[in-house]
Design a protein around this ligand. Structure first.
Ligand code: ZN
Length: 492
């Protein structure tokens, strides 16, 4: 196949290397997916959109991509380390549900959100709970290789032993000495030989809900082993690209590197790719900071930080306008600017469809395909590619206004470029603009009236009317949630 000059920045080697897959034309891509215990927020949208663009561009170049994006449904503890309650189990306890009900509910909602963002489905979407056997098997291999030890039904990775042969901390740049000096007094940490050691398997306490039999007794897998086990299963012991957010660099990806080296004696991943974080008005995003905005809240505008709703395509364009390795700051102004830019770009697509050709061209657009490709081949530089598209938009609009001219050959070339980059690679379209502003205003107004009537009925203890309204809305796929501050509604 044709050799492409695609260079990708490798977080591990800290330089851009020309991408040559292990087995061309096949390319393997693994991306850490969500832990499904709540609705996806802006921080989930960035890796999803970034690696969707990577997936689409690799396919555009002609690679046959196997894209694996997992769902974490067990083993991710609250601390992101080896103590605290399982995030899914905690939610299940609070909501009085089976853990797998929580997983099903939020996986479905995650898929709905991704669909709205025009994020393509991965080729395989494995769940951690469906691969416990593989995780046990890999843990056993690591024990047999001498890099893990069993204590009281739990299995821990022996970081200091590993570090004598390999280099623990090379991805994140942390030194093992510093990590060794960490706090030993943390809850449940006393079993570890060293504070830097991490769990491959944890013994389940009598009240722990999600548990499986293992050679070491009943328990559950550690968070990091799932990605090593599932990527090896579906992409092989060595594969091309592993992606995720920068917040996963340590400990998650550092531990993945150690696990694969310990089990297979070689590096699993050839390119490590990390997208940078999203800040909100310059601040870190967090539940406790009150600036934690879910995608659904963006889409319906129901969050105190939002002045109004923003379409999924606007969110997608906002993310693609920045390079994936740059930080991206959300503000209403930034999203409004993205919305304007997107509108201009999509309008140009429509204008292009109806553009009248001339006998000669007043502008040279023949470099556009090369410019776009060069930008994307430079570590997926979407903002530069988008800037080239906007240069073309100026010409398109000038032709429309009779101030410039293009031949039919040039118009065909432009159409092809916009189809390939705007639609196919950046996945931008106005499909979600179909509910126009006026309809949306009417729906919001009507819902306000209905919600008021229902609240009134409830205050009057008229449960028949209140339930009738709720059931009727339920039939329209609208869910009502009663909270102590009143009721809210969402599309199901
Ligand atoms: Zn992962």
């Amino acid at each position: 196949m044709v050799q492409h000059e695609l260079t990708i920045y490798n977080t591990l080697t800290r330089r851009k290397d020309v991408f040559i897959p292990l087995n061309p034309p096949f390319a393997g891509l693994y991306v850490c997916g969500p832990t499904v215990y709540g609705d996806a927020h802006l921080g989930h949208a960035r890796p999803a959109v970034t690696f969707d663009m990577v997936f689409r561009y690799l396919r555009h170049l002609g690679y046959k991509v196997r894209y694996v994006r997992n769902i974490t449904d067990v083993g991710h503890l609250e601390s992101d380390a080896d103590h605290g309650e399982d995030k899914i189990a905690r939610k299940a306890r609070i909501e009085q549900l089976e853990p797998m009900e929580v997983v099903q509910y939020y996986s479905t909602r995650y898929h709905e959100d991704m669909h709205k963002l025009n994020v393509l489905s991965p080729s395989i979407e494995p769940r951690a709970s469906g691969h416990v056997i593989e995780q046990i098997e890999m843990t056993r291999t690591i024990i047999d290789a001498g890099f893990a030890y069993v204590v009281n039904g739990s299995v821990y990775f022996d970081v200091s032993k590993y570090n004598k042969e390999f280099n623990y901390g090379k991805l994140s740049g942390r030194s093992v000495e510093d990590m060794m000096a960490g706090n030993r007094e943390l809850d449940g940490q006393e079993e570890k030989r060293h504070p830097a050691d991490f769990a491959l398997w944890k013994k389940a306490s009598p009240t722990h809900i999600m548990r499986w039999p293992s050679p070491w007794g009943e328990g559950f897998p550690g968070w990091h082993i799932e990605c090593s086990a599932m990527s090896a299963k579906y992409l092989g012991k060595t594969f091309d690209i592993h992606g995720g957010g920068m917040d996963l660099l340590f400990p998650h990806h550092e531990c993945e590197i150690a696990q694969s080296n310990a089990a297979f004696g070689k590096e699993a991943v050839r390119w490590w790719m990390h997208n940078n974080m999203i800040t909100i008005n310059g601040q870190k995003m967090g539940k406790s900071l009150g600036n934690f905005i879910t995608l659904r809240e963006f889409f319906d505008g129901r969050h105190k930080e939002l002045t109004r709703p923003y379409s999924p395509a606007t969110i997608r364009f906002f993310i693609l306008q920045a390079h994936y390795r740059s930080t991206l700051d959300f503000s209403n102004e930034a999203l409004e600017a993205a919305e304007k830019g997107l509108k201009r770009l999509l309008q140009a697509v429509n204008t292009l469809d109806a553009l009248e050709p001339s006998g000669s061209s007043s502008a040279d657009i023949t470099t556009l395909p090369g410019d776009l490709k060069k930008a994307m081949n430079d570590d997926f530089n979407s903002p530069v590619a988008i800037a080239h598209l906007f240069d073309a938009v100026k010409i398109i609009n000038a032709v429309k206004d009779g101030k410039a001219s293009l031949t039919s050959t040039d118009i065909t070339l432009l159409r092809q470029c916009f189809q390939e980059y705007v639609t196919d690679i950046f996945g931008l379209s106005d499909q979600d603009e179909h509910v126009d502003d006026r309809k949306k205003t009417v729906i919001d107004g009507l819902m306000g009236i209905i919600m008021d009537l229902r609240q009134q009925a409830r205050r009057n203890k008229d449960w028949t009317t209140a339930d009738k309204l709720r059931d009727a809305l339920e039939n329209l796929s609208i869910s009502i949630k009663d909270t102590k501050d009143g009721a809210t509604w969402t599309y199901r």
